[in-house]
Design a protein around this ligand. Structure first.
Ligand code: SF4
Length: 62
């Protein structure tokens, strides 16, 4: 089964790094917290890169 992308918005500090690295999947919601462009988005290499660079380590997959 495909993995889905999860953002722990309580941990997100709004740095914007995920959107910068992978705007196809991440968008800053009201400029404060990261959100998914599409909740069904696939886990691509770019998505994994964004997760790896997230300073809060609050992007994960399940
Ligand atoms: S990289 Fe992590 S902390 Fe920064 S906006 Fe994205 S989810 Fe939030």
């Amino acid at each position: 089964m495909a993995r889905s992308i999860v953002i722990d918005v309580y941990e997100c500090n709004g740095c914007g790094s995920c959107e910068e690295i992978c705007p196809e999947a991440f968008v800053m919601d009201d400029g404060e917290k990261a959100a998914l462009v599409d909740s069904e988005a696939e886990v691509t290499d770019k998505v994994e890169e964004a997760a790896a660079y997230c300073p809060q380590k609050c992007i994960f997959f399940e």
